[in-house]
Design a protein around this ligand. Structure first.
Ligand SMILES: Nc1nc2c(ncn2[C@@H]2O[C@H](COP(=O)(O)OP(=O)(O)OP(=O)(O)O)[C@@H](O)[C@H]2O)c(=O)[nH]1
Length: 400
């Protein structure tokens, strides 16, 4: 395959990349990284069109390589900008502007004008650095679920960087081989072929990243309560089942804390549903502070919540429940000029040898919660085997 054919094919694949990313952007809920990648595709396409134009017109004025290579490097940078944006970082188009200007001006130096090989040697490190940044950023991502979708792009960027470096080294080694633009030397055609393959595969990699992200977002949404961000009942089943089985196997303790906002109906009635929602959010935020970062938090009813706790002693579980109650009690909600006192009633139950399923623990925690409501609210009630089956935590001693 000659270089000209490869360049025309690359122009087409770049355009296909731009169109694919643009269409995915329209179909997705506005993932802006897709726009960056559409820009990358467009830049790669224009870069190759400039090359094809130069080949057809037979002229290769000093300005043409400056324009073509600046656009080419900008294309690689736009892939990096999209990756940065996807990971929640700024795409840093200001860096792109400065880089493009520097690359363009460097092309006008006598060293760059004098040969294709000089230009390749000058800009190989720039492209390799961009490739390395993309691979490094994605490689360092801790999110194990999304990580598998990053690996194809990591591998592609590393391979691209590797072939760039090999070609640069070969060029240094064979210093006297003259290199011409659109020549049919192996060095030229292999480079063009790599660009063609890179553009085809990078399109698939970017699409894969976005599709995986959307799949994970949908899965999270289906397991999460929109108002509080806590897990919902559907998630409760899977997590409680998993923890129950593990606790049965290992003999480790397992607890359910359930709690419910006291007289919540009156908050809605007096201040409106919006304030009621704010109160629910406030209670869940406070509770999350009282709990440990890795406790699983669930909203299991309108204003009823559950927490799954493992790996602590009965005393510690009781302290956690009491800390939660105290924190809500001590932190009234200030909203629209009103101060609304909020309290919760809390039930606590532990896994018992006679339990057959995790629902048994939850039911006992619910019974304890009901008991706390019946016996005055704003208190923790613990379910136990010994009589009396439910016993109250003495608030004054718990505070001591
Ligand atoms: N604002 C708001 N209210 C909700 C939501 N879900 C449930 N509720 C309301 O929560 C109230 C629950 O009231 P009740 O079950 O009677 O209990 P309560 O008034 O909290 O009284 P006790 O639990 O006995 O202390 C009802 O008025 C529901 O309409 C929600 O998402 N937002």
């Amino acid at each position: 395959m000659d270089s000209f054919t490869l360049i025309v094919a690359s122009a087409m694949v770049g355009a296909i990349m731009a169109a694919t990313m643009g269409l995915l952007y329209r179909a997705s809920s506005g993932r802006r990284c897709l726009l960056d990648w559409a820009i990358a595709g467009a830049l790669f396409s224009v870069n190759n069109i400039v090359g094809a134009f130069a080949a057809m017109s037979g002229s290769w004025h000093a300005l043409l390589p400056a324009i073509a290579n600046t656009i080419y490097i900008a294309g690689h940078y736009a892939v990096l900008a999209g990756v940065r944006r996807h990971l929640g970082r700024s795409p840093r188009y200001d860096v792109l502007a400065a880089l493009s200007l520097a690359v363009f001006l460097l092309h006008l130096t006598p060293f760059a004008i004098s040969s294709v090989a000089h230009r390749l040697l000058m800009f190989t490190p720039v492209i390799a650095a961009i490739n390395l940044s993309i691979a490094g950023l994605l490689w360092r991502q801790p999110d194990s679920e999304a990580r598998s979708s990053y690996m194809p792009l990591v591998v592609l960027e590393v391979l691209f960087m590797f072939q760039l470096t090999l070609r640069a080294m070969y060029m240094v080694a064979s210093e006297h081989t003259p290199l011409t633009f659109l020549g049919s030397q192996f060095l030229q055609t292999s480079g063009s072929l790599f660009v063609l393959v890179f553009l085809s595969v990078v399109t698939m990699c970017c699409a894969l990243i976005v599709l995986r992200h959307q799949e994970l977002a949908l899965r999270r949404a289906s397991l999460t309560d929109a108002l509080t961000g806590w897990l919902n009942r559907r998630a409760l089943h899977d997590l409680a089942e998993r923890d129950y089985r593990r606790a049965r196997r290992t003999g480790e303790p397992l607890y359910f804390i359930t709690f419910d906002i006291d007289h919540f109906k009156s908050v809605n009635d007096r201040f409106g549903h919006g304030t009621g929602d704010a109160a629910i959010r406030r209670v869940t935020e406070l509770s999350a502070h009282a709990l440990r970062g890795y406790d699983a938090l669930f909203r299991i009813g309108g204003e009823e919540f559950a927490v799954l706790i493992n790996g602590v002693s009965a005393e510690d579980a009781r302290s956690i429940a009491e800390r939660l109650r105290e924190l809500v009690d001590a932190s009234p909600l200030h909203i629209d000029g009103h101060t609304i006192a909020l309290t919760v009633s809390v039930g606590l139950a532990a896994l018992e040898p006679a339990d057959h399923k995790w629902e048994d623990i939850l039911r006992r925690a619910d019974d304890a919660l009901y008991h706390a409501k019946k016996t005055g609210r704003n208190r923790v009630c613990v379910s136990g085997d010994d009589a009396p089956r439910l016993h109250l935590v003495d608030r004054s001693s718990a505070n001591a």
